[in-house]
Design a protein around this ligand. Structure first.
Ligand code: FAD
Length: 439
């Protein structure tokens, strides 16, 4: 009989962080991963925030990652672009402090997850790849192990950490989620990795060398009024270009596939010129779900002998494009809770509630609560993705296009433009809705 103290299901950042914490405290952990190797199936934009990794491992992790060459570029500038059919408004922030004290790196998950998994193995955890957890082993209504896809693949354990990502198959089987996630709770994102010379990437993003990079988030005309965010991130010698749209919107609209929306984004003059001759030379194409349902769509995160971490717990803050940091932090907090559980010999629901309380006191639940209404507000108010980006562009064009019109007349025209296309009451209500979503 194979026996471990803890089985972790899934070797993404959430599962690996839980395993790191547990194994480095002397607990016998097996991480079961269905992919060929950790990261082989995983998709992210990918901006990896560093503070959770520093807390989990140590401050030296940043240098270690740089030396191991597992990260792409240090993000020294973050931008938001608002597209109309023929224009773009660019807003952004660059900071010198990020050069010496990095906040985030761009990463490619196949490389990063695999490196992280090796680091976890060094602490004593066993990573079992190419193996799927198919079900749980139950005794007296309690989970006492997992059944895997391997012949005689039962593994018995005292506790299980579900880190299966957005598709909640085992969370449902454990009874922690009553119903599957709905199209309102997830976005479908497609992403291309486009090879490009380092010099051209430096030029496009306006950075001095191959270690510095920037991110661009893009909303507006490309999503055809649907709730969607595109992204363009700089890697060392490639760029990551992607587009994600709420599945409910795609279902309602029924006219575009995610791939066509990504094409729309690529065909926009501002993006097309930036990609130049590399536009159609992607060497990797991938699709993945993003849990965007937020606070209201979270499952129960703990029960007797079981905890749920990361995307499986719907812990993504899509407005801030934060997911990996939630995954790492929740994995770490789950690990800490189980270390205490082993000390006390108590794996009851009552004891494991400590995990939920730790999450509640952390930024994770605080932020998810703060934005709890945002997805449903955005989903019902497509003007934020269609009318406003277009209006802002038209207003900027009118104001900056010198044709002999006196400025006060221009201002009047712009005011009229807003009044006609959205109305004063409409704009006031929109401002209140936005405030309700982000306050
Ligand atoms: P995952 O990374 O999905 O890992 C789950 C793992 O479990 C996988 O390895 C999977 O193979 C394995 N697994 C699943 N079921 C089983 C099973 N039954 N048996 C064995 N193994 C199993 N976040 C950011 O912070 N910054 C970004 O820029 C960003 N951009 C994103 C862009 C896109 C297109 C997407 C899709 C997501 C993005 N996110 C981003 C979110 C981020 O990727 C996730 O929040 C994060 O990866 C969650 O980690 P996780 O470990 O919970 O899940």
């Amino acid at each position: 009989m194979i026996r471990f103290d803890v089985v972790v299901i899934g070797a993404g950042p959430a599962g690996l962080s839980a395993a790191y914490k547990l194994a480095s405290s002397g607990i016998k952990v097996a991480v079961v991963e269905k992919g060929e190797y950790p990261g082989s199936k995983n998709v992210m934009g990918g901006v990896l925030y560093l503070s959770p990794l520093k807390k989990l491992i140590s401050e030296t992790i940043v240098d270690e990652m740089l030396q191991a060459n597992v990260v792409e570029r240090n993000v020294i500038e973050q931008n938001m672009w608002f597209l109309s059919d023929d224009g773009v408004i660019k807003a952004g922030h660059r900071n010198e402090k990020w050069k010496t004290s990095p906040n985030a790196f761009t990463v490619l998950r196949a490389k990063f997850d695999n490196w992280f998994a090796k680091k976890v193995e060094k602490t004593g955890a066993l990573i079992i790849s190419k193996t799927k957890v198919e079900d749980f082993i139950w005794e007296n209504d309690e989970i006492i192990g997992v059944k895997t896809s391997r012949p005689k693949g039962e593994i018995y354990c005292k506790a299980v950490v579900i880190a299966e990502g957005v598709n909640p198959i085992l969370t449902l089987k454990a009874g922690l989620r009553k119903r599957d996630i709905t199209p309102k709770m997830a976005a479908i994102a497609v992403k291309e990795i486009i090879p490009m010379s380092t010099e051209r990437i430096n030029d496009i993003f306006g950075v001095g060398n191959e270690n510095e990079g920037a991110t661009i988030e893009i909303i507006g005309s490309w999503s055809k009024g649907m709730m969607g965010i595109g992204f363009l991130y700089s890697n060392k010698d490639s760029i990551s270009l992607g587009a994600g749209v709420l599945i409910e919107d795609l279902k309602q609209n029924n006219k575009f596939t995610p791939y066509e929306l990504l094409q729309n984004l690529k065909e926009h003059p501002a993006i097309s010129e930036l990609l130049g001759e590399n536009k159609n030379s992607a060497n990797e194409y991938m699709a993945h779900l993003i849990p965007e349902g937020g606070y209201y769509s979270m499952p129960r995160l703990y029960d007797n002998r079981i905890l749920v971490v990361g995307d499986a717990g719907m812990m993504v803050n899509s407005i801030h494009r934060e997911g990996s940091n939630h995954a790492i932090t929740s994995g770490m907090l789950a690990g800490e809770t189980l270390v205490d559980a082993f000390e006390k010999g108590d794996f009851s629901r009552k004891f494991l509630k400590k995990y939920y309380l730790k999450l509640r006191d952390s930024f994770i639940i605080k932020d998810l609560k703060k934005y709890k209404d945002l997805t449903s507000i955005m989903e019902k108010n497509h003007q934020f993705f269609e009318i406003y980006p277009s209006l802002l562009n038209d207003a900027a064009y009118r104001f900056l296009n010198v044709d002999g019109t006196p400025k006060w007349e221009m201002q009047k025209e712009i005011f009229e433009m807003f009044r006609k296309r959205r109305g004063l009451i409409g704009m006031t209500i929109d401002a209140l809705k936005m405030w309700k979503g982000v306050r």
